[in-house]
Design a binder for this molecule. Structure first.
Ligand code: SAH
Ligand code: SF4
Length: 344
């Protein structure tokens, strides 16, 4: 497979152009073409001599994602993109518009090995990690789509397919590439990594004192229930996870988001809310509730509005902020992995 320009850091791009006996300013031109002008085709680089363009395109690709399908929710605020990768596998990227921001939800892996019971991506199993270039390209394509519509991308969340901490290096490389102030320039605080609770990944993030936001998909507040719906809990128990969160909070002073998909009659009872409060009260957490997105392979149903609000009241009553996230794009199967799992 040809090397993808989205995989290269600026230093690597500079080296490449040196090898092609090009003056140093060409690297900057290409970098800005990719990350500032968001040109997605080498033919767009009209500021480069044709011979150089040909030379580059004979050895390198600019991107390997092919848009195969786009679905838009009836309210027009959520758009889901199915991209075909070089090797024929498929991933999803979801754009969500809010009144004050535009967020893209990106994938870090094709499939996922974690097998959470309620998750369409988990149900398809693990195929492979994405490269940093494939992660970057999802963001650039999304930013280009928004710009064409007069809008700006403001946030990136790793809440699409896959477990980002099982692809740690590529995820961090992608964030670093997109963070470059001479390029795309997206601040680290605009990224959120969502994890099922991979303790070594959280520890690594803590030691790097990264400004990237952290979200933990907890979904249950005792080991017995959590292990049933989130199998990796038998390896990384709730108490070990909470200890790791404490270290993160102590070193970074950055708020952690707890994610909780409310499943009717499974994890939506007041007792679970109270147990959750016992785990996090007095600490810098925020709880994000979402009523389950129904998926084909899992019999669970979304929690009723009443139990969601009750759960929220209990958490808020303890002084921890708690929001009920609107289920976005439910009419277009925008839940994690729901479209690609049918395609792969
Ligand atoms: N692997 C990471 C990130 C991808 S999943 C993680 O698990 O955090 C992104 C979020 O979607 C997680 O909080 C996950 O638990 C949630 N999710 C998965 N399937 C869902 C469904 N059917 N309904 C609602 N949320 C779901
Ligand atoms: Fe993987 Fe996250 Fe889905 Fe669990 S919820 S299977 S960790 S993508």
């Amino acid at each position: 497979m040809a090397v993808d320009l989205y995989d290269l850091s600026f230093a690597e791009l500079k080296k490449l152009l040196q090898e092609l006996n090009q003056p140093a300013f060409r690297a900057k031109q290409i970098w800005q073409g990719i990350y500032k002008n968001l040109w997605t085709d080498l033919a767009d680089f009209s500021n480069l001599p044709l011979s150089l363009r040909d030379q580059i395109s004979s050895q390198y690709n600019l991107g390997g994602l092919t848009l195969e399908k786009e679905l838009s929710s009836t309210d027009g605020q959520t758009h889901k993109y199915l991209y075909r990768l070089d090797d024929g596998l498929a991933i999803e990227t979801v754009l969500m518009g809010y009144h004050d921001r535009n967020t893209v939800c990106i994938s870090s892996q094709v499939g996922c090995a974690m097998g959470c019971k309620f998750c369409a991506t988990g149900n398809m199993g693990f195929s492979r990690n994405l490269t940093s270039g494939e992660i970057v390209e999802q963001v650039i394509k999304s930013a280009a789509i928004l710009i064409a519509d007069g809008k700006k991308l403001t946030n990136v969340v790793f809440m699409g397919m896959g477990e980002p901490f099982h692809n740690y290096q590529a995820v961090q490389e992608a964030i670093a590439l997109l963070n470059d102030p001479d390029g795309f320039g997206m601040g680290k605080r605009r990224f959120t990594i969502s994890t099922v609770g991979i303790i070594p990944g959280i520890k690594k993030l803590t030691s790097e004192r990264s400004q990237t936001n952290l979200a933990i998909s907890l979904h249950a507040a005792d080991d017995q229930l959590r292990s049933k719906i989130v199998p990796i809990n038998s390896k990384y128990s709730i108490s070990a996870l909470m200890k790791t969160c404490d270290e993160y909070l102590e070193k970074t002073s950055r708020r952690i988001t707890i994610e909780w998909a409310l499943i009717d009659g499974v994890n939506d009872a007041a007792e679970q809310a109270r147990k959750l409060v016992d785990l996090i009260k007095g600490k810098l957490f925020h709880v994000n509730l979402i009523q389950l997105n129904p998926v084909d392979h899992f019999s669970g149903k979304p929690a009723q509005d009443l139990s969601a609000r009750n759960f929220q009241k209990i958490v808020e009553g303890s002084g921890i902020p708690c929001t009920i996230r609107l289920r976005r794009g439910i009419d277009i199967q925008a839940g994690c992995g729901q479209l690609a799992s049918k395609t792969n």
